[in-house]
Design a protein around this ligand. Sequence first.
Ligand code: FRU
Length: 488
Amino acid sequence: MNREQKYRRLEQASPEEISDLRKKVRDSVWRQTYHIQPITGLLNDPNGFAYYAGEYHLFYQWFPLGAYHGLKYWYHTASKDLVFWRNAGIAIEPKEPYDQYGAYSGSGIVKDDQLYLMYTGNARDRNWNRRSYQCMAVMDANGTVTKLAEPLIDHVPEGYTEHFRDPKVWKDKDRYRCVIGAQRVDATGTAVMYESLDLLEWQFVGEIQTKLKHFGYMWECPDYFELDGQGVLLFCPQGIAPEGEQFRNIYQSGYLTGQPLDRETLVFEHGAFQELDRGFDFYAPQTMVDERGRRILVGWLGQAEIGYPTDAHGWAHCLTIPRTLELRGGKLVQQPVEELGKLRREQREVQDTITNEKKSYAGVSGTAFELIGEFDEIDAEAVGIEFRAAGAERTVIHYDTVRRTLTLDRSEAGAMIDSTHGSTRSCRLEAKRLKLHLFVDTSSVELFVNDGEEVFTSRIFPHPDSTEIRFFANNGSARLKVVQWDVA
Ligand code: FRU
């Protein structure tokens, strides 16, 4: 892809090109039914997630003209219930000198009845060197977005490179603060903090003092918040090598928990870095607190630098379903927001004991569904579920009770996705009972294990006729309880 193609603006495309692209997208067999997905082109990070004027607002990084990382816009979606979203059009266009090569990721905060959207302007100088500006756009209750004339932060502080982006803003009692993802001049990643009294004038405070001095070459999309009196720093370090079952994706998304961040010294006492998700396709999550006080997370259901089968259909990626966050013993637990129950249509239930067999049940099938499968009194060596299956095609969740390992296997899931990074993902799981809560859409699965103790988020690209669901117990038996809902 040459520079000209990459940075094509929407208005450079003819009406015919757009309508051809739309048709290609419409004809794609892998369009989702209840996930936020781009009308055309490529979606990446969730941005500006906030509750404002009676609705949840969720924006995302968007390149309209094809399934590649081109010129990034902010696209706006809104919802009253976190379930049914309406497309609200482009919110931020990259057309100012300070953002003309991309309106990059950022966050939202409500002040004086307006939604402030703080984001990174990606610019280039005459020699094509990157320049990063932190910018502000303000949205009113009618959805009109107005950019401020000048960036809020027009230079990168001493000691950091131009890889300086993704401001996540929050309000403490007496002031606003934001964290920004950064790269030190020695090419290591970190996060820095700024402060402001009015969201407009910002002072650089310094670097968040973690124990991770050499942990990847860049930290993207940091997010800081407190839950149950604990500090949580989410971020996406790039350049972390795989370690056993951990860090197997190209780029990681994870967190540190510990004492609340010391606002004066910026010291953050924390435990080990933990991955947020065990699946293949999860990155750049962003959180917000809603009116009910829930900490809600949405992530990009995708990964950078991998080709996906929908590329040929003119679109790529979607966002995850919204999930609530809680801390359980220093670990972040994710659960689908309860509002998703609104999607449930026809319900089916099964109770059975399965022994050395693989079984399907009448009516328990589909391409887009919610399913809770519980295995109890397990004496089998392995139990699990195959879904989106037909013949040899299937996506498999496999719990090995001897090695105490849970695996998601997409090696036979349908159209191939880059497998140089492997086609299974696993984690250790100590469990006597196994509760597998699945949200399956036409081309994705989000698996919540034992009430969110572990989550596996992945794209899959099965044939539309691969609708079977099978339950198995190998070398022994297990009690099985299944509830499944069609969703719409
Ligand atoms: C993460 C990221 C961000 C950046 C945005 C650009 O996926 O690289 O750091 O702001 O995407 O689209």
